[in-house]
Design a protein around this ligand. Sequence first.
Ligand code: GDP
Ligand code: IMO
Ligand code: MG
Length: 430
Amino acid sequence: MADAAVIGAQWGDEGKGKIVDWLSARADVVVRFQGGHNAGHTLVIDGETYKLSLLPSGVVRKGCVGVIGSGVVVDPFALIAEIDRLAGQGVAITPDNLRIAENATLILPVHSELDQMREASAAGVKIGTTKRGIGPAYEDKAGRRGLRVVDLASPETLPAKIENLLVHHNALRRGFGEAELDAGALVDTLKEIAPKIAPFAAPVWRELDLARKAGKRILFEGAQGVLLDVDHGTYPFVTSSNTVAGQAATGSGLGPGTVDYVLGIVKAYTTRVGEGPFPTELDDDVGRRLGERGREFGVVTGRKRRCGWFDAALVRQSLKIAGVDGIALTKLDVLDGFEELKVCVGYRIGGETYDYLPAGAERQAAAAPVYETMAGWSGSTERARSWAELPAEAVKYVRRIEELIETPVALVSTSPERDDVILMRDPFQD
Ligand code: GDP
Ligand code: IMO
Ligand code: MG
């Protein structure tokens, strides 16, 4: 039985949610393995839009179990709010279709506050985070002072653990000139929310092992994208977790051989939210047209996404780093009607030519794209479900991308709707 992982291959928002939802028809279990509610994954099913942040996209499909692995940072308040929001759309989330790793780290209000203080501060590098407390929670996890989901099951241990956490946070808060926190109030709010989270807590590693033994199909759902990976992304303008496919195993408690097929999600052009280098960014009418046609506004923060041409050099690099076997090319329809299209094939940096983006924020910011120009198409690709429906120039664009990124296209997505997909190779095929 083949298990597959879906990961973003650019700076996030590639359309992972739509593809995971589509693939979940063939899966029994969908697992999130990193990130938190900084993610915003959009599903459109028969005209109804579902926006998921922390919940795996599989939960919307009946019979599919969603799992939040230990690599995820879980804000219990945001989780409950999301569960309630989905209930309002007729999707019931119960311990039968959602399991949360006992050893996942909690995001607490101190984390989002610290994230906001840093982003608002005139001192230091502004990352343009989602201000959800993701970075501070991962820092506390690595600092071995974080609280975990399992701690909610033993409320009597909370005061000492929170006191310990606040030793660190109150020192930081003093530095920012903010009021110090008292453990009591935080203990009380956690005790209040604990009974709502506890029923979902489970030894996820064990349940996934049992699922594998029973021949169930597991789909791993990545959040963010390779260029936001804390090791391999455009550091320091990245998120605080590993977003590459190897994290699917670590962040869920399974071995490195677990994932048989890695599907990289690639948008047919490029977007980025927040600060940081973006060699093919377009601050002109073409960029604005991409943003409007692609409705490029953040799901989580509502921020306008920066837009630019497809960067084949950067995507090739991402796919190699993440070990991607095939890609889903999304939002091809957004390129309908452009007279010509540019594709970045390398960079000029300080008189040197590169076919990859070298490390170092300064060099990355100085990278000038080297473009190849291709003819656009006047016909429509919107809602196409077979190759035959695509204009010849669109087929050429996809084929040229495939060549440049040295990776086959397994799927093409042509609208936000669940079933508007051209299937070339089934990621679950053995
Ligand atoms: P994710 O974070 O990778 O799941 O992506 P987001 O949901 O943040 O952003 C992708 C946006 O593009 C969402 O609004 C989707 O509904 C939409 N989308 C996904 N695939 C397609 C597609 O093929 N064509 C168009 N036009 N929109 C798409
Ligand atoms: P999905 O899963 C796009 C970006 C933020 C910021 C940087 C760090 O929907 O693709 P963080 O809050 O994680 O510390 O912010 O990462 N970022 C995303 N950009 N899509 C996402 O998720 C993102 N999650 C974080 O904008 O630049
Ligand atoms: Mg998103």
